[in-house]
Design a protein around this ligand. Structure first.
Ligand code: G3I
Length: 325
């Protein structure tokens, strides 16, 4: 059978997966990664809380493990993630600690850009749009409280300064479905992007995480999602499908039925996403159900390979979508 990156590559696309340093000790997983992917993302290891657990002491071993593996096997490397409200180190979360101290952020961005100069694209800002009605639509994060809405511009400018050749991304979730909540986040994101474009702030790309969810997938509206991608493309932005996986509703039903439902959701989503030329890559948030952050009773089956490292219908769904490009 065909491998995902081979088909992606023949369409000038990239197929990638998130991996964790610990998973790289699994030979069967590594074999699948080497065959199927063209690009890797560290699932945890490049986050600020992971790299700088103690102020001023950078611990790069885990991130190095992922970066070295990618380099050794000629895989491209996507950097995830510089500023994320959920990966601020404890010391920086102390009350008022970040206030007026952009230096600690600048130092982290500079350290990552220097050490991982092979990173082709960085998630500079992860998940900036708030989950509920909030001013400007921006998330009320520690970054927003410490620096105001300008933290986004400052981070993008820092990233460009330290990683001048990297593709700079804003990565967001909960923007795929035709629900009021997703629509509100899409509008907030588009408004943010439009302002950044208007003011000439360095930004190249938007990551659409695409954590699909079978309990919500009936809200996937091809026309609405296609229009959203058109808006991003019209702003001159590249689009990455950055964290694709499928959360099951429950684990009722046979394995065959479950896998068919996961594959169908993947197929319907990707057939719309890949019609848009701005979409240049697909990254799954893991490759095998053996290692997935999604946890439902009896194990979630939302990735292209099962726990025995066998291809699932979701693999075919991705392959078919890529082939139609
Ligand atoms: O490895 C330790 C283990 O030693 C310890 O016993 C255990 C107890 O809590 O924790 C383990 O670490 C956990 C790690 O995942 C590995 O499983 C962390 O607590 C947990 O916080 C971490 O969660 C990750 C999360 O980001 C936070 O970093 C998920 O794996 C990872 O999939 C998730 O990824 C995010 C993206 O960065 C942004 N978009 C959403 C996506 C899913 O939430």
């Amino acid at each position: 059978g065909s491998f995902l990156q081979d088909v992606a590559g023949s369409r000038r696309m990239l197929f990638g997966a998130a991996v964790s340093a610990a998973h790289l000790r699994d030979a069967a997983l590594c074999e699948a990664i080497l065959r199927e992917t063209g690009s890797l993302t560290a699932e945890l290891e490049m986050k600020w809380s992971h790299v700088e657990r103690h102020e001023g002491q950078f611990e790069f071993q885990d991130a190095d493990a992922v970066a070295n593996f990618a380099h050794a096997h000629q895989k491209r490397l996507h950097g995830h993630a510089l500023l994320w409200h959920r990966s601020i180190p404890d010391w920086a979360m102390k009350a008022g600690r970040l206030q007026d101290d952009w230096d600690s952020i600048e130092r982290f961005v500079a350290a990552m850009a220097r050490r991982y100069s092979g990173v082709e694209s960085w998630d500079v800002i992860n998940e900036p749009i708030g989950p509920a009605e909030q001013p400007d639509g921006l998330r009320q994060s520690a970054f927003l409280h410490a620096f105001g809405p300008d933290y986004i511009r400052r981070a993008l400018v820092s990233a460009r300064r330290h990683a001048p050749r990297a593709v700079l991304c804003i990565n967001e979730y909960g923007i795929e479905y035709n629900t009021p909540e997703h629509e509100r986040k899409r509008r907030g994101l588009v408004q943010l992007l439009a302002e950044l474009r208007r003011d000439g702030i360095p930004l190249d790309c938007v990551g659409v995480q695409a954590h699909l969810d079978l309990s919500q997938h009936h809200h996937f509206d091809p026309a609405v999602f296609a229009r959203f991608l058109d808006e991003l493309g019209a702003m001159g932005l590249q689009v990455r499908i950055s964290e694709l996986d499928v959360k099951e509703k429950d684990s009722d039903g046979s394995v065959a039925e479950r896998d068919r439902a996961v594959a169908e959701a993947t197929r319907s989503f990707l057939s719309v996403a890949l019609q848009n030329r701005a979409v240049g890559s697909i990254t799954c948030w893991g490759l095998s159900d053996r290692y997935s952050w999604l946890d439902v009773p009896a194990g979630n089956r939302g990735l292209p390979f099962d726990t025995d490292m066998r291809r699932k219908p979701m693999h075919s769904a991705i392959l078919d979508a890529l082939s139609q490009r």
